[in-house]
Write a new protein. Structure first.
Length: 202
């Protein structure tokens, strides 16, 4: 699982290089790594605090690395399952950036539940984090663009195409994100290109 975290982090950096972004708002990688590290190290309070320290340090290191390449970087922290935090993130982006040209929906909640043991709380949080948040951020992104060279990139998952009974609501939420990506590809052009990437084992 650690290798998957590294691959997803590298993927974000590769996207930055591919699109040559002059501005990059690193909104979600802290949340992504926090969820993955919780699975690796357990969910007790001490572990969660240690995870927060690790992910904050990683985000700051990435910011320093990108800043050396004359890229302007802003860090913002938020819980994507909470509507107030989503509004805070959008407000922060508008204040720091004149306009948007690329949104990468990269963060996700990743819990290994199954049909036999899922909870209503888990159901709601997966859908809010993995599907509602990308839709909300995409809507606000579309309101703050210029020109036609704009992109929304959703990080999906190969589980969408190779279904298993594991990670029950994570998979359902990513199937929803896949559908959102496809409908965006119809509704957003010509000003915005909507694409998805589904990383996973070969």
């Amino acid at each position: 699982m650690e290798s998957k975290i590294k691959k997803l982090t590298k993927l974000s950096l590769d996207i930055i290089r591919t699109y040559g972004l002059s501005y990059y708002l690193h909104v979600a990688i802290e949340e992504l790594e926090n969820q993955k590290l919780d699975l690796l190290r357990g969910g007790d309070a001490e572990s969660r605090q240690r995870n927060k320290e690790v992910t904050k340090s990683n985000a700051e290191k990435l910011k320093k690395k990108l800043s050396k390449k004359l890229t302007k970087v802003y860090l913002v922290k938020g819980d994507l399952s909470k509507e107030l935090d989503l509004k805070k993130i959008v407000k922060f982006c508008k204040r720091k950036l004149k306009y948007f040209d690329c949104l990468i929906n990269n963060a996700s909640l990743f819990e290994n539940d199954k049909l036999e043991n899922f909870t209503i709380d888990s159901w709601g949080k997966h859908l809010r984090t993995n599907l509602r948040a990308p839709a909300y951020l995409s809507k606000n992104f579309a309101k703050n663009i210029r020109g036609k060279n704009n992109n929304i990139i959703n990080i999906i998952d190969q589980r969408v195409f190779k279904l298993t009974p594991f990670f029950f609501f994570y998979t359902k939420s990513k199937v929803g994100l896949f559908t959102l990506t496809k409908t965006n590809a119809f509704s957003l052009p010509p000003k915005i290109k909507g694409n998805g990437i589904a990383p996973g084992p070969n």
